[in-house]
Design a protein around this ligand. Structure first.
Ligand code: KG4
Ligand code: ZN
Length: 322
């Protein structure tokens, strides 16, 4: 049994997953409400909250799985990329548990975790495939040749904002709550996606750029009175979402064509977007709960990660960026 721990951003999460990919427990404590009043994640506030939540969340995971620490064979933890203070809380907890039990520890890259959300039962996906990873911190096109992180090649990435960041910043301009992706997704259902023609920058290769789009929305909103904005908010949300989705869909299809892969998959928080899922009916996607940050995906990735034996992992460090 693998105990997974994830604290890279504003979700404190623990999960228990078997070696063959069955989820026994998957507990996620979101701090979104705590950060909402600031309009985004405040790193130091996140670290302190992780510290309060990490032990109860792990305990709840074990309870949910009907297990104790005696049943755990490996401790898996996200070591990066993410907020450094937040990562260190999860890593310290993982080291302490593994050390006390003389267990091996598996350091997991958060992005490998997102990809490995596709390798969980009952719908485990078989590589190779072209993967769009779109979250609050990253937007990448990946060629997934096999399940280990060393078999994943980055084909394209964003030159500025991540897709989720574009959703969050757009939501803020529209006066919606944080995190904004889900809010825009919901509001867009009542709007006309063709009401506004928002541009998406076409950059060479398989890269993305979303910063211009955000500026276009800023200008559109600035020209409206309070009442007009109220009347057009759903149209703006739908058109803005449409532009992001179009950029993502175009690029991932292009990448699949270039690599000759038959299958496309989408992962990360933005993969929960209903318009994106509709626009890519041929794509495999993880269940909604496994798209946004969770620890089941971290435990899943650990199945193909190099474990570090007791006590060498005490020297492991977290990293903020790739
Ligand atoms: O993967 P994730 O939970 O955390 C990171 O690793 O960043 O992704 C969070 C991002 C946020 O930007 C959030 O607004 C976005 O995913 N998101 C969505 C939806 N649900 C979450 N974006 C669009 N539509 C959604 N339904
Ligand atoms: Zn993530």
């Amino acid at each position: 049994m693998i105990l997974g721990i994830e604290t890279s951003c504003d979700e404190t999460a623990a999960a228990l997953v078997t070696q063959d990919g069955k989820i026994l427990a998957n507990v996620v404590a979101s701090q979104a409400d705590l950060h909402a009043k600031y309009g985004g994640v405040v790193p130091e506030v996140a670290s302190r909250r992780h510290l309060e939540l990490v032990t109860p969340v792990i305990r709840e995971g074990l309870d949910e799985a009907g297990a104790t620490l005696d049943d755990v064979d490996v401790v898996a933890v996200t070591t990066g990329p993410g907020l450094i203070g937040a990562l260190l809380v999860g890593l310290s907890a993982a080291k302490a548990l593994a050390w006390a039990r003389r267990l091996p520890l598996a350091p997991v890259d958060h992005l490998h975790g997102h990809v490995a959300s596709l390798f969980l039962e009952p719908t485990s996906l078989e590589p190779p495939f072209t993967c769009l990873l779109a979250s609050g911190g990253h937007t990448m096109i990946l060629d997934v040749r096999d399940r280990g992180w060393q078999s994943v090649r980055v084909l394209g990435t964003t030159l500025d904002d991540a897709a989720g960041e574009a959703f969050d910043k757009g939501a803020r301009l529209l006066g919606l709550g944080y995190p904004g992706g889900r809010e825009i997704d919901r509001l867009a259902r009542d709007g006309d996606a063709n009401a506004y023609d928002f541009p998406v920058a076409r950059v060479p290769g398989l890269d993305f750029s979303f910063s211009g789009l955000k500026t276009a929305l800023l200008y559109a909103v600035r020209d409206l009175s309070e009442d007009e904005l109220d009347a057009r908010r759903a149209d703006l949300a739908a058109s803005y979402q449409h532009a992001i989705v179009r950029a993502l869909v175009e690029r991932v299809r292009e990448a699949a064509e270039r690599t000759g892969r038959e299958r496309i998959a989408i992962v990360g928080g933005v993969a929960a977007n209903s318009a994106l899922r509709e626009a890519l009916p041929e794509a495999d996607a993880a269940p909604l709960a496994l798209c946004t940050d969770n620890a089941a995906m971290i435990a899943s990735a650990a199945r193909w990660a190099q474990t570090v034996e007791y006590p060498r992992y005490l020297a492991l460090d977290a990293y903020a960026s790739r």
